[in-house]
Design a protein around this ligand. Structure first.
Ligand code: HEM
Length: 180
């Protein structure tokens, strides 16, 4: 994945646990790069190794790391570095989610060569909808869970998120039921 993703993991760990913890996690992960360039592609494996090493170091599950990282991605990486892009997604949570399928086409104006996720929205009603998440990658379900939680915080909206279907359990893709 593009270096910006690994840089965000670095930012999250450093902010919460300090530079020392980051150095140890990087060492433990076996990832050899000293720094990541936002606009350069790195093997997906590096990202998964960093997340795995962070989980081990902090003594929490990889799923928990991914959820926290998803929130951080929206609230820090997204809002602080790409605020206007994030805000262009909509004025409220429901609108943002309905527009989510198109979001990465705008991201690709900045990062043209990414392999973006694919989202579809269904079952829209007043206070709930379903987010369908398709990816060429595996293992990012709880990252998306955290992203959705982060979006709730971004819009100051209390959200409930339920995993209705999981790729890991043999389904075609992940389905999140989001209510607010
Ligand atoms: C300004 C905000 C955002 C930027 C700049 C951004 C950028 C990126 C980049 C660079 C990648 C790596 C892809 C690659 O290297 O091939 C990525 C992946 C991803 N993004 Fe975003 N993104 C943003 C917001 C969001 C939001 C709001 C969501 C969903 C709620 C989201 C969901 C994902 C997912 C799930 C992936 C993993 C790729 C996969 O599933 O295969 N992103 N994004």
């Amino acid at each position: 994945m593009y270096g910006i993703v690994n840089k965000a993991i670095q930012g999250l760990v450093t902010e919460k646990f300090g530079v020392e913890a980051w150095e140890q996690i990087k060492e433990k992960s076996g990832v050899k790069h000293d720094t990541f360039l936002s606009n350069e592609a790195y093997p997906d494996e590096d990202t998964f190794k960093l997340a795995g090493a962070a989980a081990q170091h902090l003594n929490i599950g990889v799923k928990d790391v991914l959820v926290v990282f998803g929130e951080y991605w929206v609230l820090k990486t997204g809002m602080q570095h790409y605020g206007s892009l994030m805000r262009s997604g909509g004025n409220k949570l429901k609108e943002f989610l309905i527009n989510l399928p198109n979001f990465h086409s705008r991201v690709m104006l900045i990062y043209p060569n990414i392999t973006p996720p694919e989202f579809k929205i269904s079952d829209v009603s007043e206070n709930t909808l379903r987010v369908h998440y398709y990816s060429t990658r595996s293992g990012l379900t709880y990252f998306v869970y955290g992203l959705l939680q982060g979006l709730g915080k971004m819009y100051n909206t209390a959200v409930q998120i339920q995993l209705a279907d999981e790729k890991e359990k043999g389904k075609d893709h992940d389905v999140f039921e989001v209510s607010w």
